[in-house]
Write a protein that binds this ligand. Structure first.
Ligand code: FAD
Length: 380
């Protein structure tokens, strides 16, 4: 067993760290206040290869492994979780889904642009009546011969207003239940596609979350992903890997908050000494660091499983379940270590605390992760 990172891994981690500190940190508070999408920063992340990290270089990607990807996700999330979710959705839901299950034509037409950041992608599964229960899809795609006619509403879609291409899950045959679900690539410019209102969120406010409406959108047959009826499996397989990215995001949020709390505790004085010299504060730091290390091991193990070709459904779910809890616990404690300063925007930890919560909700709530884990445990 070898816990050390390779030279290449360290280089990627450091490049992401530098980018986060130099490019994401300036303006991160203002973007959060104004709910401003980080357009310039996303463009630069595309140029640096952060938007298609694991994609084969023949489609414009970085050809990197999942360990590299989670290292970058952790570093970006320490500073700006709004930007890192954009990276996560584009990499592990959209690019991975297309590269793994798309046709060669789809890869040439869409993946090459998504992997370089020339275009941005969104993943559209959730609906007003289908969140955790993703089989209850009400969006329909009716087979009309050479095309499908898409109708319905998706909500909570990350990159909803900023994306160019959307992977949309819809019911094609209600009689067949989840085997009658398909996934489609939809272009923003198509008639009948409408970007609805932007959500005013608690956290990750720089990311762009929208309701989307589809009114008789004509989707060419060649834009269906995989065999007829493959859509639900496509969504579940894609989300299984996506969870590793969100687990890394949660880890980064926790690690970023810890760094700030540790540094602050070394300069803030109370009762004649730096507050880190009070054991109550030092023990908080010890607990935070221990929990973060444990989360990091789970995240790395899940990424390693994926890279080895092992099944990662359970390890990814465990990583997300645990890292998101650690993100909540550590960010709350980081605010506490900062005292009153923790409660104002200038010190960053209140934002990290707000950002942490979403990691327990999207790409499967913590309760859904427990369903995945327990089913895995109890399977023969
Ligand atoms: C900011 C944000 C961004 C998002 N981005 C995307 C995106 O890009 N694409 C996308 O498709 N979706 C996205 N989502 C949607 C997200 O994945 C869903 O909100 C999530 O899956 C939960 O679904 P729901 O909101 O309908 O909650 P519900 O499914 O209604 O759940 C409500 C509560 O009931 C619990 N619950 C439900 N079923 C069970 C059960 N069987 N056992 C135990 N507890 C249960 C849940 O855990 C939760 O606590 C996003 C959401 C947010 C808030």
């Amino acid at each position: 067993m070898d816990f050390s990172l390779s030279e290449e891994h360290l280089m990627i981690r450091d490049a992401a760290r530098d980018f986060a500190n130099n490019e994401l940190k300036p303006g991160v508070i203002e973007r959060d206040i104004k709910q401003e999408f980080p357009t310039e920063q996303v463009k630069k992340m595309g140029e640096l290869g952060f938007l298609g990290m694991m994609v084969d270089p023949k489609y414009g990607g970085g050809g990197m492994d999942t360990v590299s990807y989670v290292l970058a996700m952790e570093e970006l999330s320490k500073i700006d979780a709004s930007s890192s979710v954009i990276v996560s959705v584009n990499n592990s839901l959209v690019c991975w889904g297309l590269e793994t299950y798309g046709s060669e034509e789809q890869k040439q037409k869409y993946l090459t642009k998504l992997a370089t950041g020339e275009s941005i992608g969104a993943f559209c599964l959730s609906e007003p009546e289908a969140g955790s229960d993703a089989t209850s899809q009400r969006t329909t795609a009716i087979d009309k011969g050479d095309h499908y006619l898409l109708n319905g509403t998706k909500n909570w879609i990350t990159n909803g207003g900023s994306a160019d291409y959307y992977l949309v899950i819809a019911q094609t045959d209600k009689e067949k239940g989840h085997k009658g679900i398909n996934a489609f690539i939809v272009e923003k410019s198509w008639d009948g596609f409408e970007v609805g209102p932007k959500e005013d969120k608690l956290g990750i406010r720089g990311s762009d979350t929208h309701t989307l409406n589809f009114n008789d959108v004509k989707v060419p047959k060649e834009n269906r992903i995989g065999e007829d009826g493959f859509g639900f499996k496509f969504a579940m397989k894609t989300l299984s890997g996506g969870r590793i990215g969100i687990a890394a995001q949660a880890l980064g949020i926790a690690a970023g908050a810890y760094d700030l709390a540790r540094d602050y505790s070394k300069i803030r004085k109370a009762f004649g000494t730096e507050i880190c010299n009070h054991q109550a504060i030092a023990f908080k730091l010890a607990d935070m660091h221990t929990e973060i290390e444990a989360a990091r091991h789970l995240v790395m193990k899940a990424a390693w499983d994926k890279d080895q070709g092992n099944n990662y459904d359970m390890s990814g779910a465990m990583a997300k379940l645990y890292a998101s809890k650690v993100a909540m616990d550590v960010t709350v404690e980081a605010v506490q270590v900062h005292g009153g300063n923790g409660y104002v925007k200038e010190y960053h930890v209140e934002r990290l605390m707000r950002d942490a919560k979403i990691t327990q909700i999207y790409e499967g709530t913590s309760e859904i992760q427990k369903i995945v884990i327990s089913r895995g445990l109890l399977r023969d």
